[in-house]
Design a protein. Structure first.
Length: 346
């Protein structure tokens, strides 16, 4: 496992479909940095983060602190979105500045930056590829009927009704994030793992110390549960509409870069609210085609990308948020179908 900055896609030949689209996007000035936007966004998110913990200290020993936990869950999700943009070098041109800023943002929510960066880089290279995309590993859920047939243990038990269990299971996503970040530190090939480990330990120690210093044990545990469960639910809900329910590729089925990104991704419409709540990930097709494009430029790029895909006859899917969840859950239910069929008697 290596830690490499999630940067732009590999160059394509000058005459490829993607190369022609890339020139159009560059000529429109959509790959340029947006320092004013990110200065405002990062300042706002940092202010909300500090304000949330200030409110926690002011409310103190009161069950109203659970409302603060819910607020901080959303703020943590927004911090994760900022870390995502920084890792893609949408904010800063220089790698070192991006690494330092991304690591600070990740540490503030208890995420191992190197682990996530490696995982996300591999996802971008081969989205929704059953053999190559780490987001399709059947560690708890099964994403295809082939995975369902081969499933054992928890995936086999959960897979039967995973569509109904999906959102309840998302409440465990933040805990999974912390555990996976910690487990990755055992991999000696992970760059800066000592630094990542120190930051992860510092976050957990400070987080638990603050909770149990200001709150009695029972209330501290309740705060932790509400905060982490809602954070996980929000985080999982951010990423579920992007690829779940879209075509799944296999190792020997790898179309060209443009089609590999467009056909496996889904956009979510919804105007400024979707842009705010999903942090630009609602323009998933454009983000996958141009990972280093600043998120406020994705909406403008959408017009050019959609028109170009229509000219090429490449399917370009955009739905509402609720429809995207419906498609994802339908796909999960279909993937688990082999586990619901009674086994034939020998």
């Amino acid at each position: 496992m290596t830690s490499t900055t999630v940067g732009p896609p590999p160059p394509e030949t000058s005459g490829s479909d993607f190369a022609r689209l890339s020139r159009t996007i560059a000529d429109a000035g959509l790959l340029g940095r947006r320092p004013g936007y990110y200065a405002l966004r990062i300042t706002t998110v940092a202010g909300l983060y500090a304000g949330g913990w200030a409110a926690f200290a002011l409310v103190g020993d009161s069950w109203w602190t659970l409302a603060v936990a819910a607020f901080l869950a959303v703020v943590f999700g927004q911090v994760a979105l900022v870390a995502h943009d920084v890792a893609h070098r949408q904010v800063f041109r220089r790698r070192r500045v991006s690494d330092v800023s991304g690591r600070m943002a990740a540490a503030s929510i208890g995420m191992g930056y190197g682990w996530w960066q490696d995982k996300h880089t591999r996802h971008h290279a081969n989205p929704n590829n059953e053999d190559l995309d780490p987001d399709l590993d059947p560690d708890l859920l099964v994403w295809s009927q082939d995975q369902a047939r081969a499933a054992t243990g928890l995936p086999r038990l959960i897979g039967r009704w995973q569509a109904f269990l999906f959102f309840p299971l998302l409440t465990l996503e933040a805990f999974s994030l912390h555990v996976s970040s910690g487990r990755a530190l055992a991999n000696r090939s992970l760059k800066h793992r000592t630094l990542d480990g120190a930051l992860l330990f510092a976050h957990c120690a400070l987080y638990l110390t603050v909770l149990f210093w200001f709150l009695p044990p029972g209330m501290a545990i309740a705060f932790l549960a509400v905060h982490q469960c809602l954070f996980g639910l929000y985080l999982g809900s951010l990423f579920a509409p992007n690829h779940k329910g879209m075509p799944i590729l296999t190792g020997d089925n790898r179309p060209d870069f443009l089609r590999r990104q467009v056909l496996t991704s889904r956009n979510v419409n919804g105007g400024w609210f979707a842009d705010l709540a999903l942090g630009g990930l609602n323009h998933q097709i454009e983000h996958h085609l141009f990972p280093s494009m600043p998120s406020p430029n994705l909406r403008k790029a959408r017009i050019l990308v959609r028109r170009y895909c229509e000219e090429l006859g490449v399917d370009y899917l955009e739905t509402g948020l609720i429809a995207s969840y419906r498609q994802a859950l339908t796909s999960l239910h279909q993937a688990g179908a082999p586990l619901r069929r009674p086994r034939a008697h020998a």
